[in-house]
Design a protein around this ligand. Structure first.
Ligand SMILES: [Zn+2]
Length: 187
């Protein structure tokens, strides 16, 4: 009997410990890289369907207000309005790639402006007749979060002006993305 107990302890203890340390590091990593948002992912286009309550739990209040409640940030308040770094803009709610910096232009309208999204599927277009105006709302193609509106007074080649709330944008510098890609390649 004694030897059986010993055997059980010998075999089960390492299993229990390894499991414990594994789950702890996984959680720590998740919190760090995804900022407590489990659906944030820059490497997939899979659509995200969460309830408004679930969104409220994982998004910072200001992102929730714009993305889920169709709010608008005050004009001239976005750090991205006059931002000129080269790189990619992602949806702050889900990580979907939305715009490249080379399609950004100075519209003077008070919000970050682009003339073209990264791909046809990165944006969803919805008629918006609120506030007595006929506008086209633009939403994230992955999480359907509200981003802003698109107007037909933009520069060539599209003639479009995507007027986007900076709060719902995440930016990554081109050099950083390139560095990560090269690190991956060398590993
Ligand atoms: Zn999104």
């Amino acid at each position: 009997m004694k030897s059986i107990t010993k055997l059980v302890v010998l075999f089960l203890l390492p299993v229990a410990f390894s499991h414990c340390s594994y789950s702890q590091t996984t959680i720590a990593k998740k919190e760090k890289t995804m900022d407590k948002n489990p659906v944030y992912n820059r490497n997939t286009a899979d659509t995200v369907n969460l309830t408004e309550d679930e969104w409220k739990k994982i998004l910072p209040a200001e992102v929730y207000y714009i993305a889920r409640q169709k709010g608008t940030e005050r004009p001239g308040t976005s750090k991205f309005e006059d931002f000129k770094e080269k790189g990619t803009y992602y949806c702050a709610a889900c990580g979907n790639a939305l715009f490249k910096s080379d399609t950004k232009f100075e519209s003077g309208c008070g919000w970050p402006s682009f003339y073209q999204p990264i791909s046809k599927t990165s944006i969803i277009y919805t008629p918006d007749n609120t506030h007595g105006m006929e506008r086209t709302e633009v939403q994230c193609g992955r999480c359907k979060g509200h981003l802003g509106h698109v107007f037909e007074d933009g520069p060539p080649p599209t003639g479009l002006r995507y007027c986007i709330n900076g709060v719902v944008l995440d930016f990554e510098k081109a050099a950083e993305a390139e560095k990560k890609y090269n690190e991956k390649k060398n590993n």
